[in-house]
Design a protein around this ligand. Structure first.
Ligand code: HAM
Length: 425
């Protein structure tokens, strides 16, 4: 039987026009992270399965049904990472990074979850994330939210809503869980199958149900904010004050609980109404116990991950243009001498920082000009015998009105440089 050799369902190729935009977006995120003092950490795409089971939680959707796990020939159980926070903590412990004091880290790369593919949801998707280790207070929670807000503004993304909540301290969660279980048990007959299952295994997740039939029950459920102890309440109110000072709008969503078990106090999501059901573009919070649960001692931590596949959908088309790679010129040569000499000119222009495509293969003026136009280059440079003799080149604008001009090579470089479109950095 012949197998159709296409990309695996839920995983996609990014083609040249797309990769240019993705590359620019990733560069902007990296640059913003650097502005806040965050440094890159790269971890392997594969980790031991136990890492994710112990950090994300055995009774979460991710671990129960979404991981790509496999056994090696040596008998180890490995998993394609479904997220990167666990890997970053593992690496931090392994290399003693946390002993050196505070660490501000970022990562960017593919994650894998075996979910049902739909708009904005893929089985291989890309995250850009930041993780800050060593600071227990709300200052760093606010810092990462400011960092995310700056990314949105650099990308021209508007209309996102920031929702925040707190899961309080360990004792908050214990008391709240007990109250919630009592409440849900008293309405057990009205719960859907999914919520009954969650009630047994992970009761806070019932609050996350999207089933409309569950909403009236959820609306009357106990609120975690009523169970906060003094320290947790103070942490949350200072975070809110800091966001107010920074001019970051938010709403408090007491039902926000997140689908991963490692969160401790602050949790948040940036959501959009433009992507249908997959409305979260960035999510995170504090996870002060994760390092110690993985054997690395007490290391307070906070972070988030942005879903790039979703972010790309939200960038306004105007802004997209500025993210596209720009070719400054396409060099057209006429005659054998110009064909031989063309690389001399194109290398001079590239030395000047310009992007120049050199015509390869055969072709007369008309055919080459057609290629120049299709390449998207802003100018055609024409090099023929006449131009060569005088070390000149003909410069013809392709995207805007204007006369063609005969310029020296250095004049041509200056002209092209002065007409470069601003590219987002
Ligand atoms: P998460 O909420 O599982 O959190 O994922 C973060 C973001 O990744 C989501 O808001 C979404 O934009 C994107 N995402 C998740 N699954 C998919 C998918 N199947 N297709 C496309 N995009 C997706 C985490 O992963 C945590 N590690 C975040 C974090 C970092 N918490 C603390 N530090």
């Amino acid at each position: 039987m012949s197998i159709k050799l296409e990309a695996v369902r839920g995983m996609r190729d990014l083609l040249p026009g797309q990769t240019a935009q993705w590359g620019s977006v990733e560069r902007i995120m990296r640059n913003v992270a650097a502005q806040y003092g965050y440094a890159e950490l790269r971890t392997p795409i594969v980790e031991k399965t136990a890492l994710f089971e112990r950090s994300i939680g055995e009774q979460t959707d991710i671990v129960e049904k979404e991981m790509y796990s496999f056994s090696t020939h040596g008998g180890d159980s490995l998993t394609l990472r479904p997220e990167c926070t666990a890997s970053v903590v593992r690496a931090g412990i392994q290399h003693g990074l946390f002993r050196a004091g505070g660490q501000r880290l970022w990562y960017c790369g593919p994650m894998f979850r075996h979910e049902r593919p739909q708009k904005g949801r893929y089985r291989q998707f890309q995250q850009f994330g930041v993780e800050a280790f060593g600071w227990p207070g709300p200052d760093v929670d606010a810092e990462i939210l400011q960092l995310a807000a700056r990314i949105w503004s650099r990308l021209g993304i508007v209309g996102l809503e920031l929702q925040i909540n707190t899961l309080g301290s360990e004792s908050t969660r214990t008391q709240f869980r007990a109250a919630l279980v009592d409440y849900l048990e008293s309405r057990k007959d009205a719960l859907d199958e999914d919520s009954k299952r969650r009630l047994q295994r992970n009761p806070l997740r019932v609050l996350d149900s999207k089933n409309p039939a569950m909403q009236s029950i959820i609306a009357k459920a106990p609120r975690i904010l009523d169970y906060l102890d003094i320290a947790a309440a103070a942490h949350f109110s200072e975070l809110r004050a800091r966001l107010d000072t920074a001019g970051i709008n938010y709403t408090v969503n007491p039902l926000l609980v997140r689908g991963l078990d490692y969160y401790t106090s602050t949790v948040f999501e940036w959501i959009t109404d433009q992507l249908g059901a997959q409305n979260a573009v960035c999510a995170g919070g504090r996870y002060d116990q994760l390092a110690s649960e993985l054997g690395g001692g007490q290391v307070p931590a906070a972070g988030f991950a942005i879903g790039l596949d979703r972010v790309m959908e939200l960038i306004p088309s105007q802004q997209r243009k500025a993210l596209t790679q720009v070719t400054d010129a396409y060099l057209v040569w006429l005659g054998e001498a110009a064909r031989i000499q063309a690389p001399r000119l194109t290398e001079i222009l590239r030395d000047a920082g310009l992007a120049v495509i050199s015509h390869c293969g055969a072709g007369g003026l008309k055919a080459q000009m057609k290629k120049a136009d299709r390449s998207g280059a802003r100018y055609a440079l024409i090099l023929g015998d006449e131009e060569l003799e005088q070390e000149l080149v003909t410069v013809k604008p392709l995207r805007q009105d204007g006369q063609q001009q005969h310029l020296t090579w250095s004049q041509a470089a200056t002209l092209l440089q002065s007409h470069r479109l601003p590219v987002l950095k």
